[in-house]
Design a binder for this molecule. Structure first.
Ligand SMILES: [Zn+2]
Ligand SMILES: [Zn+2]
Length: 148
């Protein structure tokens, strides 16, 4: 079943299928079936610094509204969120945002943008993955401080 049509070649993008969006936020309305079609768009628009981001279409039409809302709120982060949904790994924020903000405030009197916690959570996950591998290679079921 078709979800939307490619903005360039009008090919159907199926529900649950992979599609590309332009990294330029004002282009988010457009969807592309492939990087090739996004390239055509990039040529037409003459973006100076843009790339294609892979997204996964919702698996049912009911989800469309929710997904669209998510993209508007989270912007670039939506590609990370979708990629994780695919892999079935929880993508919760692992950082205590209020403490992070007060640390940066106290250290440098700077504000912290909302998506920092998400990027840091990704870093924490990457470090945890390494620690898990280390614990596993030593035959342990517990991740310990020395694994980091
Ligand atoms: Zn296309
Ligand atoms: Zn664009």
């Amino acid at each position: 079943m078709s979800w939307r049509k490619c903005s360039i070649c009008k090919k159907d993008i199926p529900l649950g299928g992979i599609y590309q969006v332009c990294s330029i936020s004002s282009c988010r309305k457009s969807v592309f079936c492939s990087v090739t079609c996004w390239d055509v768009h990039n040529g037409v628009m003459g973006h100076k610094s843009a790339w294609a981001e892979e997204e996964v279409a919702p698996t049912s039409l009911d989800e469309t509204g929710g997904l669209r809302r998510k993209i508007i709120i989270t912007g670039d982060a939506s590609s990370r969120t979708t990629a994780a949904a695919k892999a079935d790994i929880p993508r919760d924020i692992l950082i205590v945002v209020s403490k992070l903000k007060s640390y940066i405030k106290a250290r440098a009197d700077m504000n912290t943008s909302g998506d920092v916690a998400e990027v840091l959570s990704d870093i924490v996950r990457t470090e945890c993955d390494k620690a898990i591998e280390k614990a596993r290679s030593e035959g342990r079921k517990t991740v310990m401080d020395r694994d980091f």
